[in-house]
Design a protein around this ligand. Structure first.
Ligand SMILES: O=C(O)C(=O)C[C@]1(C(=O)O)C=C[C@@H](O)C=C1
Length: 395
C-alpha cells in the first residue's frame, strides 16, 4: 500500500539527487576547462595544495551543516579522482592525436561480465570513440589479436592484491612487441552467484577462474566438501551456472557481471582480503606520448649478467638517479634454466632527462634491457588533511 507521506519525501529526494547530478556535470565542465588551460600553460594536472584548501573549506562547511567529516572526505576523494583521471585522459588524447579513432577494438579475457570486461568498460569510458569488445579465451589469444591488428588494444590483468602477480601475463610480455600504454586498478568484489533460489548448504559444485579460487581460499576452506571446477574466465563460470540452472551449483564472480547472466548473489565479500583490487595494463601496437604534466609510470624488462650482486648493481642505478621503483617481479627465462627476467615498474616519464640518463646507465649494466611502455599513472593517491582527525574527534 502506498504511503502518501513516504511518496512525497521520496519525490523530494529524487529531485535533489537530480540536482546533485546536474551540479556534478557542471563541475566536470569546469575541470575540463581547467585541463585546457593547463595544456596551454604547461601546468601539472595535480595540485594537492589546491585540493587541501578545498577540502579544509568543505569540511568546515560540512560540519556547520551537520555532515560527517569522513563522509565528506570520502565523497570528495571520489570526485577528485574522477576529475584528475578525466583531465589526464584529455591531456593524453591531445598528446596523441593520431591514436584517436571512432572505434576502439579491445581484446580482453572472457566474455561480458568478466572482471576484465568491467575494467575495459571503465578504462574506455573516459576515452573518445566507440568500444567494440572482443572476448578471448586465453592471454595468448588476447595478445595475438592486437599483434595481428584484429584488435587495437588489449586489457590484461597483471596483479591482484590477494593472489599477487599474474605470471602468465608477465610471460606474454616477454615475447611481444606490443607496448603498455595505460593502466587501471579495478575493485574485485567476489560474490557467490546462483541461478535458482538455494542456500550454501545445498551446493555441490563451484565454478570459477583459478585466480578467483586463490583469492577466496579462506572462504573455500570453510566450505568443506564442495567440488571446485576451474573455468577459463569468470564469465565462463557464470555462463555454466546459468546453463545448468540447478540449486546445487554456483559461480564466483562479480554481482554486476552475474546480473548479465540472470544470477543472484547469495553471499558477498568472499575474498581473503577486504581490499581486493586488480591492476590491469592496456597494451597496443604503438607507444604513446605521455605529457610531462601528468604522473607517468614506466615498465622495464631486463636480465642481468650472471655474477654476484648484478641485480643490486642495476637497482642502485635507480637509487642514484632518484627514481622510485613501485614493483619488481622475476620470471624464469624460457629455455635458460635458473636464469631470470626482471620486470620493474618505476615512477617517471621516459621523455624526462633524469629518467633517460638512468635508462642509459641501466642498459650498460644489464645483459638484456627493454622498455615495455611509459604510460599515465592512474593511481590517484587521496590528499590527506590533518584537520579531518581533529574535526571528527568526539568532544
Ligand atoms: O583546480 C585545479 O587545478 C584542478 O585541476 C581541479 C581539481 C578539482 O577537481 O577540484 C582537480 C585536480 C587538482 O589536483 C586540483 C583540483
Amino acid at each position: 500500500m502506498a504511503v502518501q507521506e513516504l511518496d512525497t519525501l521520496r519525490d523530494q529526494i529524487t529531485a535533489l539527487d537530480g540536482q546533485l547530478l546536474g551540479l556534478l556535470a557542471q563541475r566536470q565542465q569546469l575541470t575540463n576547462a581547467v585541463a585546457e588551460t593547463k595544456i596551454k600553460h604547461h601546468i601539472p594536472v595535480r595540485d594537492q595544495q589546491r585540493e587541501e584548501q578545498l577540502l579544509v573549506r568543505l569540511l568546515k562547511q560540512g560540519v556547520e551543516h551537520g555532515l560527517d567529516p569522513h563522509y565528506i572526505t570520502q565523497l570528495y576523494h571520489v570526485i577528485i579522482e574522477d576529475s584528475v583521471l578525466n583531465q589526464q585522459a584529455l591531456l593524453a588524447e591531445r598528446a596523441n592525436p593520431d591514436s584517436s579513432a571512432p572505434l576502439n577494438r579491445v581484446a580482453f579475457l572472457g566474455d561480458k561480465g568478466s572482471y576484465s570486461y568491467l575494467a575495459t568498460q571503465r578504462y574506455f569510458s573516459r576515452r573518445p570513440g566507440e568500444l567494440l569488445e572482443i572476448g578471448c579465451q586465453s592471454f595468448a589469444d588476447i595478445v595475438h589479436k592486437v599483434e595481428s591488428s584484429e584488435a587495437d588494444y588489449a586489457v590484461l590483468p597483471i596483479e591482484n592484491t590477494s593472489s599477487g602477480s599474474i605470471n602468465e601475463v608477465y610471460d606474454q610480455l616477454q615475447h611481444t612487441r606490443l607496448s603498455i600504454i595505460g593502466e587501471l586498478t579495478h575493485p574485485i568484489k567476489h560474490a557467490l552467484l546462483v541461478a535458482v533460489d538455494t542456500d550454501i548448504s545445498s551446493l555441490k559444485t563451484l565454478y570459477a577462474h583459478p585466480q578467483v579460487f586463490a583469492q577466496c581460499s579462506h572462504f573455500l576452506a570453510d566450505l568443506g566438501n564442495i567440488e571446485v571446477k576451474p573455468c577459463d574466465s569468470t564469465s565462463a563460470a557464470m555462463l555454466k551456472v546459468n546453463e545448468l540452472n540447478s540449486p546445487h551449483v554456483a559461480a564466483i564472480g562479480s554481482e554486476a557481471g552475474g546480473q548479465l547472466y540472470g544470477l543472484k548473489a547469495i553471499k558477498s565479500n568472499l575474498a581473503n582480503q577486504k581490499e581486493n583490487h586488480s591492476r590491469f595494463i592496456v597494451v597496443a601496437r604503438n607507444r604513446v606520448n605521455v605529457p610531462l604534466q601528468v604522473p607517468a609510470k614506466t615498465t622495464l624488462v631486463m636480465s642481468t649478467v650472471q655474477k654476484p650482486g648484478a641485480l643490486v648493481e642495476a637497482l642502485l642505478v635507480l637509487k642514484n638517479n632518484n627514481i622510485n621503483m613501485t614493483k619488481l617481479e622475476s620470471r624464469p627465462i624460457t629455455g635458460n634454466p635458473w636464469e631470470e627476467m626482471f620486470y620493474l615498474d618505476v615512477e617517471g616519464n621516459i621523455q624526462d632527462g633524469p629518467m633517460q640518463h638512468a635508462l642509459e646507465e641501466l642498459k650498460a649494466t644489464t645483459r638484456y634491457f627493454k622498455v615495455l611502455g611509459c604510460y599515465p599513472s592512474e593511481e590517484v593517491a587521496p590528499t590527506k588533511v590533518a584537520a579531518v582527525d581533529a574535526l571528527s574527534t568526539p568532544q
